[in-house]
Design a protein around this ligand. Structure first.
Ligand code: DGL
Length: 284
């Protein structure tokens, strides 16, 4: 009955918690959002590794049975370091997303979109090459998608609608248009960032318009939740649902900065956060 620890640079990692609690309603989660240091996606490798180690150490003090690195940028730069230091299994976002993409691609051509850091790290390229060296991977950083998702300018599946929807559509067309120019044959795009599941309807619509056929979107948050379920089952650590739970029992959320947490938390989780505490992470 120990909780699963999940950390992210901010509240976007709640997309992983959402997928996890849908797949595994019996689990409890201790979540750390390092909102004071967000974004990780524009920072260098050493900084992201340092921040990730502080977040992991904080969660490891909460008697967790598994650590999930929900943040793609932290997974890309710090996963091996954290796996070498933690006494519990540590799962990242990259390998689960990569393996679902390889399984989904018939053309053997995969696109990966994410933060500057995730793309610069080359982690998806390496993960996909390790699974199938014949798959060609095209990566593209899409830095404006994070603020777009945080602002709630999501565009949606049904067209442009209001000015926010048109702005979101134009940005998605700009990025995916570049991906299309670089790889017209791809049939799968990995949403390699915590925030992108919110943009999924928009990205599916824009991708279909550009490629003139459906393009499969692999959501790394969902892929990670499914990988966590398999690993917990393999280790005999799955918590089965045991009746109704008190508010805040299933998810205890720690944040290093409290600004906008209610609005953003509800947007990424799909319902309001019930138990939130602000914390300062010890410097070591
Ligand atoms: N959580 C980050 C990721 O998935 C996105 C936000 C950030 O740049 O910190 O890469």
């Amino acid at each position: 009955m120990q909780p699963i620890g999940v950390f992210d640079s901010g509240l976007g990692g709640l997309t992983v918690v959402r997928a996890l609690t849908e797949e595994l309603p019996g689990e409890s989660v201790v979540y750390l959002g390092d909102t004071a240091r967000l974004p990780y996606g524009t920072k260098g490798a050493e900084t992201v590794v340092r921040y990730s180690r502080l977040s992991a150490r904080f969660l490891l003090r909460h008697d967790i049975k598994m650590l999930l690195v929900a943040c793609n940028t932290a997974s890309a730069y710090a996963l091996e370091t954290l796996q070498g230091e933690a006494a519990v299994p540590v799962l990242g976002a990259v390998e689960p997303g990569a393996s679902e993409a390889v399984a989904a691609s018939r053309a053997g051509r995969v696109g990966v979109i994410g933060t500057l850091g995730t793309v610069r790290s080359g982690s998806y390229v390496r993960a996909i090459a390790a699974l199938d060296p014949h798959v060609k991977v095209t990566t593209l950083a899409c830095p404006l998608f994070v603020p777009l998702a945080e602002e709630g300018w999501l565009g949606g599946a049904d067209g442009d609608g209001d000015l926010e929807g048109r702005a979101a559509t134009a940005i998605a067309e700009r990025y995916l248009g570049e991906l299309r120019a670089r790889e017209p044959e791809l049939d799968v795009i990995v949403l390699g960032c915590t925030h992108y599941p919110l943009l999924r309807p928009l990205l599916a619509r824009v991708a279909e318009g550009l490629w003139r056929r459906p393009v499969a979107l692999v959501d790394s948050a969902g892929a990670m939740a499914r990988a966590a379920e398999r690993e917990l089952a393999r280790l005999g650590l799955l918590a089965l649902p045991a009746g109704p739970r008190a508010p805040g029992e299933a998810l205890h959320c720690f944040l290093t900065d409290e600004a906008r947490f209610a609005e953003l938390g509800a947007r990424f989780l799909g319902h309001p956060l019930e138990r939130v505490e602000r914390v300062d992470l010890p410097a070591t």
